[in-house]
Structure formats: structure tokens, C-alpha cells
Design a binder for this molecule. Structure first.
Ligand SMILES: [Zn+2]
Length: 302
């Protein structure tokens, strides 16, 4: 059956038996049935879950235990039974990047300098070695294949969160078969292809920029600029396995969420600080300070 979360916009596909009333991504109780979509791209690839439900629960528990003591306890109250496996739609992108770049390359050299100073009231001339940099401009061309750029196609899971869970082991990438996701919650691509292509190109260009940085000659460089054309692009929908624990502590606040890479067990989440806890701690310290002061001033009396 097909469901839509009216809060985060996730478009879920679940088996009749897995009918859910809260969104696995955001824990909003506003999941409604929707007609099946017609124009969505079907996944080309999928990565299976390697991490079991109990193992994912352990990862989440450990992660929660090691948080800041002042963090909001909304997630600690959440049941680990609520950790749900979701096949998240992503786009797998690759391209050939053709770049022209310009940069200033710095070469260091040393020079002996004479200078005058005053010693014991006399002016003396001395020498010292100083390092200087000579800059020259460099232009060049570079071509490279950029494989395996993964960007989210989900309204439920942001690209930032997906990036924190990466890498996924793409060596075990399989052709998508409906049987693979049977019994799981899966999401259909809920972001448009163009939106995702934009994200993927941005990531590819960042990768190229970092690569160019890494092989610049000289002792240092500055003002690296590149003009890169992306050719022979490919973009395929790929389902990736993610365990999600979502909880809401207030209807008007964004959900607290911990996500786990369903292959590697990598965990990512953000838990806001609880200002009540912070205030109580500060208050407690103040009371303790006052008691100490009273005790010491009393002890000091003859
Ligand atoms: Zn949702």
C-alpha cells in the first residue's frame, strides 16, 4: 500500500501487514493513504541490509548513552522497538569531469639578509636567513572520472544526513528486484530528478575541486579556480538501507532522529540540549557554591 507523510513529505510503500500510523522518518502521526504514483522512476539498484534489527538497536542505545548529559531526553524515552528499517531512495551519479584550472603556485626560497642592530650601545651589522615565496601563475587541464556520487532522493532524509552515513559499500550493489524490499518499508523517490541532479553535480564539482587541490605542485598555492564541464553523466535510483529512530517531544518542534547505516552501522543524529537540564545544573552549582561559602565562613569564625 502507498502512504504519504503529511509532515515531512515522505512517500512510503509498505506491505499491508506493515501498515504504519506514524512516519518512520519523523514520527508524525499524519500518515495518509495515497494513490499509487505513476510517473516515479523505478529503482535501478539496491543495497541490502547487512545490520540486523537488534544490532541496529544496540548501536542506537550506545550512541544515546554517549551523548552530552544535558541533551534532551526525548529520544532516550523512545523504544528501541521503534527503530525501523527503511529503504531510502537515493540517486547514484557518475560523470566524466573536464576541467580547466588556474592557480598561483608558491615556491619557497631562502635569502640572506643583512640588518643593523644595537649591541652594547654600538651599531652592528648582522646577517640572517629568511624564507620568501615566489608566486607564479599556472594554467592547466585535467580530466577525471567521478564515480559513485550518492545523493538523497527522499523528502524524509536530508542529504546532510545521508552524507554523514556514507560511505555505503557499493561493491555489493545489486539490480533492484521487488522481492528485495518485500517486508520492508521503502520510499519512492519524493524529490524531483532535476533537484537530485543539481545536488549530485554540486557534489561532483566539490570532489573535483578537492582533487585538484591535492595535486597542485609547489610549496603552497592560492586562488585555485576551475571551470569544469560534466560529460557522460549517469543518474540511477538506488535504494539504500537505513535504520531510523524518530521521536517527537513536542508537536511543533522538529523530530529528534537517529539514523544508522544499514550496512556499516555508522550512526548519526542530532539531539538538542535540554535547557531545563542546563538550568537545573547551573542552579545546583549555585546552591552548592552558597553552601560551601556558608560552611567555610562559619568554620573561619573563632
Ligand atoms: Zn514524516
Amino acid at each position: 500500500m502507498n502512504l504519504r507523510c503529511q509532515s515531512c513529505g515522505a512517500e512510503l510503500v509498505v506491505a499491508e501487514g506493515l501498515r504504519t500510523t506514524v512516519c518512520p522518518y519523523c514520527a508524525a502521526p499524519s500518515v495518509v493513504e495515497r494513490p499509487p504514483s505513476v510517473d516515479r522512476p523505478t529503482p535501478t539498484f539496491a543495497l541490502g541490509f547487512a545490520l540486523t534489527h537488534p544490532a541496529a538497536g544496540e548501536r542506537v542505545k550506545h550512541w544515546l548513552r554517549t551523548r552530552n548529559p544535558w541533551s534532551h531526553s526525548g529520544l532516550k524515552r523512545a523504544s528501541l522497538q521503534d527503530v525501523r528499517g527503511v529503504y531510502v531512495p537515493a540517486y547514484l551519479y557518475s560523470a566524466l569531469a573536464m576541467s580547466r584550472y588556474s592557480v598561483s603556485i608558491g615556491e619557497d626560497y631562502t635569502e640572506t639578509e643583512t640588518y643593523t642592530t644595537t649591541e652594547n650601545g654600538k651599531t652592528v651589522t648582522k646577517t640572517r636567513t629568511v624564507t620568501k615565496t615566489e608566486w607564479r601563475s599556472l594554467h592547466g587541464e585535467h580530466a577525471e572520472y567521478v564515480p559513485d556520487v550518492l545523493v538523497t532522493a527522499s523528502r524524509g532524509l536530508s542529504n546532510v544526513e545521508l552524507e554523514k552515513l556514507e560511505p555505503f559499500d557499493l561493491r555489493v550493489l545489486a539490480r533492484y528486484e521487488p522481492a528485495l524490499v518485500a517486508g520492508w518499508v521503502a520510499e519512492e523517490p519524493s524529490l524531483s530528478r532535476d533537484e537530485c541532479l543539481g545536488l549530485a553535480r554540486e557534489e561532483a564539482l566539490e570532489k573535483v575541486g578537492r582533487r585538484l587541490e591535492s595535486f597542485m605542485p609547489g610549496d603552497s598555492h592560492r586562488d585555485l579556480k576551475h571551470d569544469t564541464r560534466l560529460e557522460s553523466e549517469s543518474l540511477d535510483v538506488c535504494l539504500v538501507p537505513v535504520w531510523v529512530l524518530a521521536a517527537r517531544y513536542a508537536p511543533d518542534k522538529p523530530p529528534l532522529r537517529v539514523v544508522v547505516n544499514g550496512q556499516s552501522g555508522e550512526v548519526f543524529g542530532k539531539v538538542p540540549l535540554s535547557w531545563v537540564k542546563v538550568a537545573l545544573t547551573v542552579l545546583g552549582a549555585a546552591v552548592l557554591g552558597l553552601l560551601m561559602y556558608l560552611l567555610l565562613s562559619r568554620g573561619g569564625r573563632p
